[in-house]
Unconditional design. Structure first.
Length: 194
C-alpha cells in the first residue's frame, strides 16, 4: 500500500512496512495498526492518528509536530527522537520500549499513560497536561518549565533530574521523589542551600 502526504488510511494493518524518509504531512490514520514498522526520519506534521496502535515500531526521528493523536496504544516503541510540539494528545498509552527524546513542548495532553517506558528526556515545557498516569517508568530528565499540570501522578516514575521544577505545580509525587527534587525546587524558588 502506497501512503503519501495527505493520505487517509482507514482500518488497515501495516506489518513490517518501512515508511522511512516519507513526508506524511496531514495524513490521517483511522483505527489502524502498525506492527514491526520502521519510521526513520518520518514527517507526520499535522497528521491525525485516531485509535491507531503501534507495536514494535522503530524510528530514529519521528516528527509529529501539530499532530492530533486521539486514542491508541504504543507498545515496545523504540525511538531516538519522537517530537510532537504543539500536538493534541488524548487517551494514549505508551507501554514498554525506549524513547531517547520525547518532546510534547507546548502540546495539549488529556489522558496519557506511561507504563514500563524508559525515556531519556521528556520535554513538557509550556504544555497543558491533564490526567497523566505512570507506572514502572524511568525518565532521566524531565523539562517542566511553564507547564500547566492537572491530575498528574508522577509517583510511578524513577526520575533523575527536573528542569523547571516550578512547572510541577499540580502534580503528585512521592516523598522519596520530593527529596530528590528538593534542590531543583529550592533553586526555582530562589532559596539558597547552605
Amino acid at each position: 500500500m502506497e501512503i503519501t502526504r495527505g493520505a487517509t488510511v482507514d482500518d488497515v494493518r501495516l506489518d513490517g512496512v518501512d515508511l522511512s524518509g516519507r513526508d506524511l504531512t496531514d495524513s490521517r490514520f483511522l483505527e489502524c495498526a502498525l506492527s514491526a514498522c520502521t519510521l526513520d526520519d518520518v514527517t507526520l506534521t499535522g497528521a491525525r492518528l485516531v485509535d491507531t496502535d503501534w507495536e514494535d515500531v522503530r524510528g530514529t526521528a519521528v516528527s509529529l509536530k501539530g499532530a492530533s493523536i486521539l486514542g491508541g496504544t504504543w507498545t515496545d516503541l523504540r525511538a531516538g527522537a519522537l517530537t510532537a510540539p504543539g500536538a493534541s494528545v488524548a487517551r494514549l498509552s505508551i507501554v514498554g520500549g525506549r524513547i531517547d527524546h520525547l518532546s510534547l513542548r507546548g502540546a495539549k495532553v488529556d489522558g496519557l499513560y506511561l507504563d514500563g517506558v524508559t525515556i531519556g528526556d521528556l520535554d513538557l515545557a509550556g504544555a497543558t497536561v491533564t490526567r497523566l498516569r505512570t507506572r514502572g517508568t524511568t525518565i532521566r530528565r524531565l523539562v517542566a518549565s511553564e507547564a500547566r499540570l492537572k491530575d498528574v501522578d508522577l509517583r510511578g516514575i524513577d526520575l533523575a533530574e527536573v528542569e523547571g521544577a516550578a512547572g510541577l505545580r499540580g502534580a503528585t509525587v512521592s516523598t522519596a521523589q520530593l527529596h530528590g527534587l528538593a534542590a531543583g525546587m529550592a533553586a526555582a524558588l530562589g532559596i539558597r542551600l547552605g
